[in-house]
Each structure stands twice: as structure tokens, then as C-alpha cells.
Design a protein around this ligand. Structure first.
Ligand SMILES: NC(=O)c1ccc[n+]([C@@H]2O[C@H](COP(=O)([O-])OP(=O)(O)OC[C@H]3O[C@@H](n4cnc5c(N)ncnc54)[C@H](O)[C@@H]3O)[C@@H](O)[C@H]2O)c1
Length: 350
């Protein structure tokens, strides 16, 4: 989350005090306060809004406590580790009247914003098939707690599949799910040690993950049947034996097919496929610019846009861009893929 001129970042909290101190120095006001217990931060009546940037399993508790303390909340993606937690966050938002938004900043990447505009301009017609992808051949995060199920709730599906799915639902503007089937695999994460992993290339720098403590899935696949008959295939992996990644330089991509045309973001620009003068044609829309650059640098633009929209909403000058209701559907689908994988059955939505 970037600093915006209209807001002051006046307090920081982390269980590890040095991290909170470092963030306060980097982003905060000169007299920014530092806490290790977030309840103390929430007790400050001067604080108007809170950003929840902790591992996934604590998103719900901290966000709900914040809203009950009268703070508006921007919570990182995914909204929550389970559908129950996400539902609770919606309920507390409604109870308290606070604003709640989720950090799906991939929507602001130029290629994704362009794709959305192409769709809104009617080039695709009725979209009935979508692919939401982020398959990394080797891209296991090696910092933080990403491979710890207890803290994150899952692996690549909940961490990066969540971005691909959010983009796809948002572009299709379709949140009405009929049922979900899926499978998550726990194969390579534990199997491959330092000798057999090959080159794990998360941020353009080779690194080795700890296969002994790895306890989340390493790939997951889901089929989402929408109430209007449309189908979405969701694919996510941090480790999968395939020659090439599906995604673009480590970022989520979409591939959408409609009655008038289709588009994809696989190459880092929007490729609109349509029929022109009775011939199939591909039109490239936009320039290939950040974040699709080698080395997984997302650049600052998406975060700045997110901060700008959030700051305006806090000032009562605009709407939230990512609604918690949209993010709830994403979390429900991810939860359903895990459930379907456990039970071997489809999960029907009401
Ligand atoms: N929007 C995006 O593209 C994006 C990118 C990266 C991470 N994220 C999300 O941000 C969240 C954090 O990811 P990260 O990479 O920064 O993880 P991280 O592990 O590097 O940082 C999390 C920090 O939270 C602190 N923490 C944990 N529990 C706490 C608590 N109860 N109170 C105060 N501090 C607490 C930890 O000490 C740690 O310093 C995750 O949910 C992740 O999915 C989103």
C-alpha cells in the first residue's frame, strides 16, 4: 500500500517490533507510533482507517476487531482463509457500517485495466468461457509463512490463484456461481529437496524452499460453473512439471471467450481476437509495460492507484473499487475447490 498525500500513516503494528519500527520510519509521520499488540493501536480514537497486512488466517479477526473499533479497513488479499471467516467480515461490515475493501491491486495493472475497458466497450459479447491462470513451474515463495497452512490456509490457490480468479470474475462481471469442482495437489512441495528442485525462480532470483516444512498444496485446478451457464477454469501452481509457466512473468493472466470475440492477457498486452472483414484477426491493444517485466516487479503504479481510490473513498469522494462482496465470492470459490478436493464431490452454491 503506497503512501498518499491526503492521508497520514500514524501508527504501525507488528508482532516483531523491529518490523513495525522499520515501516514507521519508511512510511510514517515523524511521530508515528509503534505497537506489537494491534488492540492498542485500535484503541487510538484518532485513527480513522486500518490496513490489515498480516498472514491470511488473521485477516478476519483483525479486520472485524478494527471495524468494531470504528475503523474502516483495507485488508490484503485473499479476504480470508475460509468462507466462514469471509462471511463474518461481511456481517461485521454491515453491523458496523464501516468500509471494507480487499487488496486486489492486479486490477490496476495496465493490461488488466485495458482488458476491462475492451470488454465494457462490447468487443466480446456474451462471455461464456474463461481461463484464470497463474501456473509457475517453480515459484515457491521462500520468505514469510507462505508454505505454512496454519498461517495461510493454503498455498498457490489462495495466494496467487486468488488474483487470477478475482480478475476473471471482475472482467466477466459475473459473481453468480452454480457449482464448483476442483482438486489441489500436494506433490512436489514436500517431494523435492534442494538437490531435485531445479531453479526456484520466484522473484527472478534462484532460491530453495524448505521441503520439510512445506505443508500446503503446490498446484490446484478448479472448474467453476456459473448460473448463466458460463464456465471458468482456474489453474494455480508454485511448482508443476511443465515446460513453461502459464501467466506472464509471474503474474496472473486471463483468457476470455465470448460470442463476438475473445481476449487474453497471456503476452502482457491485451490480444483481442475477433473477425474483421470476414477474417479472423488479432488486434493488440495497449503497450507491454510494467508490471510485466522480468523479475516480478509489479512497479508502483497499481499500488498507487489502489491507494488513490481508497483515500478518495475514505474522504467520501468515491466508491470502493474492490467490494468485499466481490472478494467474498472469490474466497467462497477457493474454499469450494479445497472442499471438492477433500470430498471428491462438486460444491453447490445457493
Ligand atoms: N496484493 C498483493 O499482491 C499482495 C502481495 C504480497 C502479499 N500480500 C498479502 O499480504 C499479506 C502478508 O503477506 P507478506 O508477504 O507481507 O507476509 P510477511 O510474513 O512478510 O509479513 C506479515 C507480517 O505480519 C506480522 N503479523 C502476523 N500476525 C500479526 C498480528 N496478529 N499482529 C501484528 N502483526 C502480525 C508478521 O510478524 C509479519 O511481519 C498476506 O495475506 C498476503 O497474501 C498481497
Amino acid at each position: 500500500m503506497a503512501q498518499e498525500e491526503a492521508v497520514e500513516l500514524v501508527a504501525f503494528c507488528d508482532l516483531i517490533p523491529e518490523r513495525a519500527e522499520e515501516a514507521a520510519k519508511k512510511y510514517g509521520t515523524p511521530d508515528a507510533k509503534v505497537y506489537t499488540d494491534y488492540h492498542e493501536l485500535l484503541a487510538d480514537p484518532e485513527i480513522y482507517a486500518v490496513h490489515v497486512l498480516t498472514p491470511n488466517v488473521s485477516h478476519c479477526q483483525i479486520s472485524c476487531d478494527a471495524m468494531r473499533a470504528g475503523k474502516h479497513v483495507l485488508c490484503e488479499k485473499p479476504m480470508a482463509a475460509t468462507k466462514e471467516d469471509a462471511k463474518k467480515m461481511l456481517e461485521v461490515r454491515d453491523e458496523t457500517g464501516m468500509m471494507l475493501t480487499i487488496g486486489y491491486q492486479y486490477r490496476h495493472f495496465p493490461v488488466n485495466a485495458t482488458a476491462k475497458k475492451v470488454i465494457e466497450d462490447g468487443w466480446l459479447g456474451d462471455i461464456y468461457y474463461g481461463e484464470a491462470s497463474l501456473l509457475r513451474r517453480r515459484g515457491v515463495p521462500t520468505w514469510g509463512v507462505f508454505i505454512d497452512k496454519e498461517k495461510q490456509g493454503g498455498g498457490p490457490l489462495i495466494d496467487i490463484g486468488t488474483h487470477a480468479l478475482d480478475l476473471t470474475l471482475w472482467m466477466m462481471n459475473n459473481y453468480e456461481v452454480d457449482y464448483v469442482v476442483g482438486t489441489s495437489f500436494e506433490k512436489l512441495g514436500r517431494l523435492l529437496d534442494a538437490e531435485t528442485q531445479g531453479q526456484n525462480n520466484y522473484r527472478g532470483e534462484p532460491d530453495v524452499w524448505n521441503h520439510e516444512s512445506y505443508d500446503v498444496e503446490d498446484s490446484a485446478f478448479g472448474m467453476i460453473k456459473m448460473k448463466n451457464g458460463a464456465v471458468i477454469n482456474l489453474r494455480a501452481s508454485w511448482a508443476l512439471n511443465m515446460a513453461e509457466d502459464a501467466g506472464c512473468n509471474g503474474q496472473a493472466t486471463v483468457n476470455l471467450c465470448g460470442t463476438k470475440g475473445g481476449l487474453d492477457t497471456i503476452t502482457g498486452v491485451v490480444r483481442l481476437n475477433h473477425v474483421v472483414a470476414r477474417q479472423t484477426a488479432i488486434t493488440t491493444v495497449g503497450k507491454k509495460i510494467a508490471p510485466f517485466i522480468p523479475g516480478f516487479s509489479a512497479g508502483s503504479a497499481p499500488r498507487s492507484k489502489e491507494a488513490e481510490i481508497w483515500t478518495k473513498a475514505l474522504a467520501g469522494e468515491g466508491d470502493l473499487f474492490v467490494t468485499a462482496d466481490q472478494a467474498y465470492v472469490v474466497t467462497r470459490i477457493l474454499d469450494a475447490i479445497y472442499e471438492s478436493s477433500r470430498t471428491g464431490k462438486p460444491v453447490f452454491f445457493d
